[in-house]
Design a protein around this ligand. Structure first.
Ligand code: ZN
Length: 381
């Protein structure tokens, strides 16, 4: 069936593309936008004019002249709007305030133990509202707040609006409405690994696998600029690939899952030890920590090699352990290369940019994208 798109809709889409392009680049000229998006200069001029009038974009300085008139630099007016990212875990809530250039302006990490009760959800709403008030984004400034991006560890069925199961929260079949009913702002909710991947994948057009290495192992798969969800929202459960038949018992009930070898729990010598303490001991030359780390990297190399064989694309190592891998990445790459002698170029492996809070940041980014995609609805009219 042939679908016709109105002129107004084309104009709207073009404006969104220009806004997103400027948002993704620190500074950019009108000419660069025209070339990158394949638009005529008059189209770019018109769209930029509107975005400047709306307050989203500003001019800042000039590029060096190559003869003729100097091109003006365009950039996002970063205090145009703000967004909150909220990361829920079993015993804590992490709140972040970001401007729309992803600068973290405020941060709160508080104890709040999850339980599927009215009291918990009310308290969650209060903490988010207090955070917003503290940053003076309530009352007459409430139009400055885009909303709250929420990250929840577990499998979320977006069609039914249900948290199907969460090992991390020890919960199953919880309505997502419980989490959001006390939040009087626009919101976006997704799974923690999906959000973290969204924060870490710089180029959404490039196929990428994100591997989250935290107290559990998970991930996300971006193919063709979209998150691959699977038939049951269970895609990228890398943590439960069986790596060692009849191996260590996994919390999921199977044996030998990657999670049992490559979660942060597998590294730690005791439940009381923090990851920071582990890496301090490792850096200090502790023998037991070195043995554990070598074993961890061996299993991780096997997993990364297998993932590469299936997807043949970039692989990002994120999560809490990923945040400590900077000094160990060369040693890790040589382990991967040993497993896969036909693919000695390991430049497809890279580390995440965020040491912590990536899923809060990713949820906030989703929120901003949703806002920019509906910009004219929010402020154009
Ligand atoms: Zn498992």
């Amino acid at each position: 069936m042939k679908t016709t798109v109105s002129n107004g809709e084309i104009k709207r889409q073009n404006r969104i593309k220009v806004a997103k392009y400027i948002l993704e680049h620190e500074t950019v000229s009108r000419q660069e936008i025209a070339v990158a998006l394949g638009f005529s200069m008059p189209t770019v001029f018109q769209n930029v004019k509107e975005l400047i009038e709306w307050g989203l974009v500003c001019e800042g300085g000039e590029y060096g002249s190559t003869g003729g008139r100097k091109a003006k630099m365009l950039k996002i007016q970063k205090d145009f709007r703000y967004v909150v990212g909220a990361e829920i875990s079993m015993h804590h809530i992490r709140l972040m305030l970001l401007d729309i250039s992803w600068n973290i302006l405020d941060l709160e990490y508080s104890r709040l133990t999850y339980e599927n009760t009215q009291e918990y959800y009310v308290r969650l709403g209060e903490m988010i509202q207090n955070f917003v008030k503290r940053n003076k984004l309530d009352g007459k400034n409430s139009n400055k707040l885009i909303g709250v991006g929420i990250s929840i560890p577990g499998i979320i069925d977006h069609d039914l609006g249900v948290l199907r199961e969460s090992q991390a929260l020890k919960a199953a079949n919880v309505s997502m409405r419980h989490f959001t009913q006390n939040i009087p702002y626009d919101f976006y909710c997704d799974n923690d690994a999906n959000n973290a991947a969204y924060a870490e994948i710089e180029n959404q057009q490039k196929d990428t696998v994100y591997l989250s290495l935290s107290s559990t192992v998970g991930g996300a798969i971006y193919l063709g600029s979209e998150l691959y969800k699977g038939d049951n929202f269970r895609s990228a459960e890398f943590g439960h690939m069986i790596l060692v038949p009849q191996g260590r018992k996994c919390y999921c009930g199977k044996e030998g899952c990657l999670d049992s070898y490559c979660s942060s729990v597998a590294l730690l010598e005791s439940p009381e030890q923090s990851l920071k303490q582990f890496f301090e001991k490792l850096d200090g030359g502790d023998e037991e920590c070195s043995r554990r780390w070598e074993e961890y990297l061996d299993y991780l190399a096997l997993a990364v090699c297998n993932i590469r064989m299936i997807f043949d694309c970039d692989i990002i190592l994120g999560g809490n352990v990923g945040g400590y891998m900077e000094g160990h990445i060369r040693a890790f790459e040589s382990k991967v290369a040993k497993y896969n002698r036909s693919d000695l170029d390991t430049s497809y492996i890279r580390l995440g940019n965020y040491k912590e809070g990536s899923s809060a940041i990713g949820a906030a980014k989703h929120m901003v994208d949703k806002y920019i995609s509906n910009l004219d609805k929010y402020i154009g009219n």
